[in-house]
Design a protein around this ligand. Sequence first.
Ligand SMILES: [Fe+2]
Length: 262
Amino acid sequence: MRILILADIHGNWPALRTIREPHDLCVFLGDLVDYALNPGPCVDWVRQYCQIAVRGNHDHAAAQRAQTNGRSGFKYLSGLTRQITWEKLNREQLRFLGTLPTMRWATLDHRRFLFVHATPTDPLDEYVYDDPEAWARRLERVEADVICVGHTHIPFVLPVGNKLVINPGSVGQPRDGDPRLSYAIWQDGRVEIKRLEYPVEEVIAEIQASSLPDLAKRLSIEAFRTGAGVLNGVDQNEPKISSSETNSPVAVVGAANDSARG
Ligand SMILES: [Fe+2]
């Protein structure tokens, strides 16, 4: 069985439509919206073609009409681009985001798969990278052979005991310094991370033509062109500081803390 594993599309239709990968099953691991400005075709595509899909923190926040008031980096861009997400999605598309499950299990290729955006212990928000000990703690009570996650925008394939954690990276906004789109293919027990160039200038033209403020345009274009994990711009006119799409009380200040904001 050949499984196409996608995550973190973030409204980037030029990236998504570039993927032409033969597959038997398509899985989406959350975050359809925010950052890039063409979420409608992305939502419709996932609805039509992905047999398994879960909710990301951005999908959750957009569907819940939650404001994000980040002062810098990706949080800042998230808050501003969400306004455009809301303008561009109809009620049915937003409802679809809100009805996605936070976790899905499936038996495929004689293995038990778990699909979740962040981690099994915190399905929407927790950031765990390719750290075997951190994953071992979170997988102690998880009865699955293969755990597929997104959220960090950084791809990895990590054996943890007799389990395997797969993060396909981000289709729409890679943050590992490589701006090419990223996804994974599962084929009969083997996993391959693939990277592809896509027409990023289409995304940038849309940003340039948008109502976003100049700082947001500059940071956004930097992120798409470089695959940067940290954006250093700070909006001096934005007094509010918020750390979480889901209104966590923990404050995040400074661009360094924004590096991992999925
Ligand atoms: Fe994300």
